[in-house]
Design a protein around this ligand. Structure first.
Ligand SMILES: [Zn+2]
Length: 256
């Protein structure tokens, strides 16, 4: 089980800082205070022990959208939690519309219908019912005030960004997005923003690139930026770069 939440600050550990087909990092996965996982594209089952945690410690998993680089490891993580940490309590899992069917389809494809059903249902609840959120929705999740924002990324998928807050410390996570009203609303409401930056060299279709990050710094100057979803690594003035295995300590007003 998880330890106590830190008295002050929030720990953000990067499991995967790479974009979908990146050669500079795993796919998306971000651990908050060892208990809440933002996206599950990275092979978290093996990466969590490398940062001193485990799938058994998680209390909630929050998914931004259903592209594979953000969600494909989730079935494996759930089976691993069931088999390796059978004592762990039910997880809270939430994400955009379609997550429930997606998880069932991918889980059954990956592990077979019989095993998946047995793992997920027949041996007791592995998770609470998968919650499908929409922009504007908020709730207390694993000790955080969590709020979802609608962002524009894929015309085929519902895509969410999130804001977490606990004891005055907040973090925004863009998921994948274009430069859209939801991104600006989120960025204007946080001190710390984990922000996708898929390209440094030119506009990236349905994603953000360096030029838009520079615009975001002007439009939301209070937000300290940590850039992720990287295809390449280049310095960008006024922003930090995520890297796999790195932990940031976040405080009110920006990173510590
Ligand atoms: Zn995407």
């Amino acid at each position: 089980m998880s330890g106590q939440l830190p008295e002050a600050g929030m720990e953000l550990t990067i499991l995967g800082s790479g974009s979908a087909f990146s050669e500079v990092g795993h796919n998306a996965g971000y651990l908050v205070d060892r208990r809440l996982l933002l996206d599950c594209g990275a092979p978290a089952t093996s990466l969590l022990p490398a940062v001193g945690s485990s799938v058994g410690e998680l209390e909630a998993i929050v998914i931004s959208h259903l592209h594979g680089d953000h969600v494909l490891h989730l079935p494996t993580l759930l089976v691993a939690r069931r088999l390796r940490h059978p004592e762990a309590p039910p997880l809270r899992i939430l994400g955009p519309c379609g997550l429930r069917d997606h998880l069932k389809r991918v889980g059954e494809t990956a592990f077979g219908e019989g095993l998946w059903q047995r793992i997920v249902t027949e041996e007791g609840p592995l998770c609470t019912e998968v919650e499908e959120w929409t922009g504007g929705q908020s709730d207390e999740v694993a000790g955080y005030r969590l709020r979802a924002f609608t962002v524009e990324h894929s015309p085929e998928l519902a895509c969410l960004a999130f804001r977490l807050e606990r004891q005055g410390v907040n973090l925004g996570y863009t998921g994948d997005t274009t430069y859209c009203p939801g991104l600006l609303q989120l960025a204007s409401s946080v001190d710390n923003l984990l922000c996708e930056c898929t390209s440094f060299t030119g506009p990236a279709p349905v994603h953000l690139w360096r030029g838009e990050i520079e615009q975001l710094r002007r439009d939301a100057p209070e937000a300290s930026l940590i850039l992720t979803h990287l295809t390449e690594r280049q310095p960008l003035e006024g922003a930090l770069l995520a890297a796999d295995g790195l932990t940031f300590t976040l405080r009110a007003g920006g990173q510590g």
